[in-house]
Design a protein around this ligand. Structure first.
Ligand code: ADP
Length: 436
């Protein structure tokens, strides 16, 4: 031990001074006092260097000797090790903050009285919070929805709560409070608007399908009961024919709905197949012949078809979309109306298949909803003409699977134009047909 050695040296020195006093008189004390004074001065000098060093502890300690050297080296090592630990801790804290910021959900940390400590970016959007301005504010003063305030005041929060976002818009949030130690809580927020919309669509869809099938089923069951309860021979041949026709109509109606539902579900669930060149002029001509047959001479047809232009896609799907639009034109155009079908290249290189009619037209407020399943402007007219309310939903799906756009332009009482616009990348010249 250095300090013991130093102490022994001072004691030996003091002893020698005491022993030599009878011979040397006060001289030895003077030498001893001088030595002690020098030692003290040296220590004071060392101390002042240490004090100077403490003003900037990043520098290595001043070089010294003996006890000072050992003490300073230890202090310096201790400081460096603390610095390393601090950096490690800081890194961890930064990592936690970065992770909390990157969460797809909102996170707010609170004290037991709901004062805001910190929140991530998503929570700011969801709850309209601002940091640092809102730090220390009571969350219940900022999110005032009564349902949320009641929820927060519960003893504990075993389940989440659905609330409208106070951050604006029609956003629906699922929020959950969690107590993670005695004095700290966190609030998690998740945007469930899309999930809720999907759930509503699913519920509406099931209700619509049930409704659509119930009507023909009720009619069919009614006729069957009547027939069962009638005494044999009570029906004339003519009446029997009429009953059977009505029953067949209803059965066919259900068949059409089920077929369209299956088409929709196939379109939604099956992956798109490798696009092949599709002979558009032939598909359009085939659809036109079907439409003429359905019209039975009640409408005038015209066509303007580019015979040398095809598209890349799936023939069965494109054929179904083409027919849906022509058949609708026939259904919703009164007798003597005109129907014009065109297949032309646009100035921007895309190709447009358009069906223009001089029919009943559609009021502007219905246009955005026409491609929803079972949406009809006039329910009874659609039913009378054998519509399922799914044709445009199917067409829209097919368009999406071909990167095409379904455009609808219509004016009430004047007529409509429904068109499918295929991007240039999907358009091919008819030359490929000769190579096939
Ligand atoms: P529907 O089987 O009822 O025809 P669609 O999905 O094909 O179902 O069309 C949805 C609704 O859009 C129709 O009920 C009709 O009200 C309207 N509609 C479609 N095509 C036309 C058109 N050419 N002219 C006027 N209304 C149309």
């Amino acid at each position: 031990m250095v300090w013991i050695r130093n102490l022994i040296a001072v004691l030996v020195w003091a002893g020698l001074a005491a022993l030599s006093r009878p011979v040397t008189g006060n001289f030895s004390w003077a030498v001893f006092s001088f030595g002690l004074g020098t030692l003290l001065a040296w220590h004071i000098w060392q101390l002042s260097r240490v004090v100077r060093w403490t003003r900037d502890l990043q520098r290595p300690p001043p070089p010294s000797a003996g006890l000072w050297d050992e003490a300073l080296a230890r202090i310096y090592r201790h400081l460096r090790s603390q610095e390393r630990q601090l950096a490690l801790l800081e890194g961890n804290v930064q990592g936690f903050f970065a992770a909390a910021q990157a969460l797809p959900d909102g996170l707010v940390t609170l004290d037991e009285e709901f004062h805001i400590d910190w929140c991530n970016r998503i929570a700011r959007q969801h709850l309209g919070l601002r940091l640092p301005a809102d730090r220390g504010q009571n969350l219940l003063n900022l999110v005032r929805a009564p349902a949320f305030v009641d929820y927060a005041r519960q003893e504990d929060w075993p389940a989440p709560l659905l609330v409208r976002s106070p951050g604006g818009g029609e956003r629906l949030l699922m929020v959950q409070l969690i107590s993670y130690n005695k004095h700290q809580r966190m609030l998690l927020t998740r945007d469930v608007t899309q999930i809720e919309k999907l759930e509503t669509t699913r519920r509406d869809f099931v209700a619509n399908v049930s409704h659509e099938l119930r009507t023909p089923l009720t009619v069919l069951a009614g006729f069957l009961e009547t027939l069962r309860d009638m005494p044999p021979g009570a029906l004339s041949d003519e009446q029997r024919e009429q009953y059977l026709k009505l029953m067949l109509d209803q059965a066919q109606r259900m068949q059409a709905i089920v077929a369209d539902l299956l088409t929709l579900s196939t379109l939604e669930s099956s992956p798109t197949t490798d696009p092949q060149p599709v002979n558009m002029p032939i598909l359009i001509e085939t659809a036109l012949s079907q439409a003429r047959a359905l019209s039975g001479g009640r409408h005038a047809f015209a066509s303007d078809i580019d015979a040398d232009m095809d598209v890349l896609g799936t023939a069965t799907e494109i054929s179904s979309a083409i027919s849906n639009l022509i058949i609708n034109a026939v259904r919703y155009t009164p007798d003597d109306g005109h129907i014009t079908v065109s297949w032309r290249r646009e100035a921007d290189g895309s190709a447009r298949y358009a069906v223009k009619d001089t029919g009943i037209g559609i009021a502007a407020q219905h246009l955005p909803r026409l491609t929803e399943r079972f949406y009809r402007v006039d329910r009874s007219r659609s039913r009378e003409s054998g519509g399922t309310g799914l044709g445009l939903a199917i067409t829209k799906h097919i368009a999406m699977r071909h990167e095409a756009e379904l455009d609808i332009a219509s004016e009430l009482g004047q007529g409509s134009t429904f068109s499918l616009r295929f991007p240039e990348s999907r358009v091919v010249a008819a030359e490929h047909r000769t190579r096939q």
